[in-house]
Design a protein around this ligand. Structure first.
Ligand SMILES: [Zn+2]
Length: 169
């Protein structure tokens, strides 16, 4: 519900108004929905508080920090998604690639288990052929992902070996 919400605690210096219910960022009191008269009364009373200005700056800074943290978190998740979209990424460690191979193998095992259900499905569904083709196609993609990742691991090993041989010269 939209309205004017204020911290009703007159000992608390936070003197801003929120449009939604919640809690005072300074003292934790539940915000109170106020009308024009009560709002003005609280505002006037709290203006006298010696810490009012500092509290306003404090809360503003805290909100800014929280927003920045949220944005940073969002960026991180986005970057992680981008990496996962690519089958391999130069930034991935060998262990991460191995983990991905294992999870693709699990996916493949899932397809195998799925085919049994699909045999039952053929009796029940007109779309079973499409389902089979779809599942087969997904399995081929998963197999390809595994091969690409295994190739990357081999390529890295080769690079290490070549580098070691060069260092020996
Ligand atoms: Zn308060």
């Amino acid at each position: 519900m939209l309205g004017n919400y204020r911290c009703p605690n007159l000992d608390c210096p936070w003197n801003e108004v929120e449009s939604e219910e919640g809690f005072c960022p300074e003292c934790g009191s539940e915000l109170k929905k106020v009308g024009i008269r009560e709002g003005a009364k609280i505002l006037g009373e709290k203006k006298k508080h010696p810490d009012a200005k500092a509290a306003k700056a404090r809360v503003k800074e805290a909100k800014k920090m929280e927003k920045a943290k949220l944005m940073e978190e969002k960026d991180k998740i986005e970057a992680e998604k981008q990496i996962q979209k690519r089958v391999i990424d130069p930034d991935q460690t060998d262990d991460q690639i191995k983990d991905n191979i294992m999870s693709s193998l699990d996916d493949l095992a899932g397809h195998e288990a799925g085919t049994k259900w699909m045999r039952i499905g053929t009796l029940l569904s007109f779309n079973s052929t499409e389902q089979m083709i779809g599942a087969g196609f997904k399995a081929i993609i998963d197999q390809n992902k595994i091969l690409i990742r295994q190739n990357e691991l081999l390529r890295r090993q080769n690079e290490t070996i070549i580098q070691e041989l060069k260092n020996r010269e």
